[in-house]
Design a protein around this ligand. Structure first.
Ligand code: LRH
Ligand code: MN
Ligand code: MN
Length: 426
């Protein structure tokens, strides 16, 4: 199923008058406050977030998986789903593949399909946290960190194969997330595991094309419950530094212990020019991977404040690669992703409203109350008309969820794919 711009334009007609009124009302206020509204709209339109190929089916927990009807079962169908998301939101202009879950068969056809949906291939992700079919060696006791050279070599080679796949698609980055660690004290020698990981990452880094980046993701626990080799941003940062200029840290919002000050981590990494990629999701407890903005929208806003500051003030940091890394068991995955995209854009728009000069001034004067007022004034603004305007101007839907439902997208997908299709992935 494809959604063309004309149909959306027609759908938008109904809400257009009310949107225009709300938008005019808000922009009048913002302009009086000194905001450059057209610039904010442009920035929102330009902000594109990659959809991971594994988020398009219903995720599962280790206790069960409740399949969602009409799930995409091939890479082509997953790309069609991203095409639907992008048509509606104009924010999902990229797909991020996990290998070997989604290895393309016909590269030319896949590239053509991507172009027809106006989407590009973002970072490719390697997978050494599961044993692959017919693999000689097992990752049961780790991959890049493993005590056995043959296992490390197999894991390094897999990453090199993933780079080759990405290269054929036009990807420019590789994301490495390792499940390596230990479940019980004494199981591993921490120093050896870290040294092996460092050496293996350097081997991968050597195979990286000149114009590629390597993103090193960290996570404190799960699936290992005593120690994880790349447990935190400091370890990731250190490994990236050891590898070289093309290696960066990747922040996944769910990969922090409760109450960690993620915005401060973002600021530190950007100051050092080492924030390469970003995985959006939300959580109450751990790496819950639930809808962005569903639990801690204010924290997300504070993170975006640092991202905006960094993008404006840290030319040493590359433009980060944005991706949603969320997947769960209950909602229609496409509706869920639409909600996540909306939450990301909302936090970004609010951060763009912050009067940075005033904030600096209040900070210099140690006017703590004023500092808080400035942040919260932006946070409390209902920016949804700005998001709608950005979407409308790019040919998307004023309300993607309403359009999705009224166009009966899921019903169409079920009709085309059947009720029992199952997506590969988590
Ligand atoms: C690990 C992770 C990592 C994986 C994805 C499936 O928790 O965040 O990014 O590639 O989930
Ligand atoms: Mn992640
Ligand atoms: Mn995760």
């Amino acid at each position: 199923m494809r959604i063309d711009k004309e149909i959306l334009q027609e759908k938008n007609q109904k809400g257009l008058k009310s949107h225009q009124e709300k938008f005019d009302f808000l922009s009048n206020f913002l302009v009086k406050d000194g905001c450059n509204v057209p610039d904010i709209i442009n920035k929102l339109s330009e902000f594109q977030v990659a959809i991971p190929s594994w988020a398009l089916g219903a995720g599962g927990t280790r206790f069960g998986r409740f399949s969602f009807q009409g799930e995409p079962s091939t890479l082509e169908q997953k790309m069609d789903d991203v095409g639907i998301l992008h048509a509606l939101t104009q924010t999902a202009g990229a797909i991020s593949l996990h290998i070997p879950w989604d290895v393309p068969k016909d590269y030319d056809a896949i590239k053509q399909l991507a172009t027809s949906h106006n989407i590009v291939f973002d970072a490719v992700n390697s997978n050494t946290f599961q044993d692959q079919k017919n693999a000689k060696e097992s990752y049961r006791f780790g991959s890049l960190s493993n005590k056995e050279k043959a296992i490390r070599e197999q894991a390094v080679q897999h990453n090199i194969d993933v780079i080759d796949i990405g290269n054929k698609l036009g990807s420019k980055s590789l994301t490495v997330w390792l499940a390596d660690g230990s479940n019980f004290p004494g199981q591993n020698n921490f120093q050896n595991a870290l040294q092996n990981t460092q050496d293996s990452l350097k081997d991968i880094y050597r195979a990286l094309p000149e114009d590629w980046k390597l993103y090193i993701e960290y996570k404190p626990y799960e699936p290992n419950f005593y120690s994880t080799v790349i447990q935190d941003w400091g370890t990731s940062f250190m490994l990236a530094n050891e590898c070289g200029d093309k290696a960066y840290s990747l922040v996944d919002l769910g990969h922090h212990l409760p109450n960690t000050n993620i915005e401060q981590i973002v600021a530190t990494l950007m100051m050092k020019g080492k924030l390469g990629g970003f995985h959006f999701n939300d959580s109450k407890y751990g790496d819950d991977d639930i809808t962005v903005g569903s639990i801690k929208p204010y924290a997300l806003f504070l993170i975006f404040n640092e991202l905006v500051y960094g993008m404006n003030n840290n030319p040493q940091n590359p433009y980060p690669a944005w991706m949603i890394d969320a997947s769960h068991n209950i909602k229609d995955p496409l509706e869920d992703l639409i909600q996540s995209l909306e939450a990301i854009q909302e936090a970004y728009a609010k951060a763009l409203l912050i009067d940075q000069d005033q904030l600096r001034l209040a900070q210099m004067e140690n006017d703590v109350v004023r500092c808080q007022e400035i942040l919260q004034n932006a946070y409390r603004t209902d920016v949804r008309p700005l998001l709608q305007e950005a979407r409308r101007k790019s040919g998307g839907a004023l309300s993607p969820i309403n359009a999705y439902r009224s166009l009966k997208v899921r019903e169409n997908l079920i009709q085309a794919r059947g009720k029992n299709s199952v997506a590969s992935g988590l």
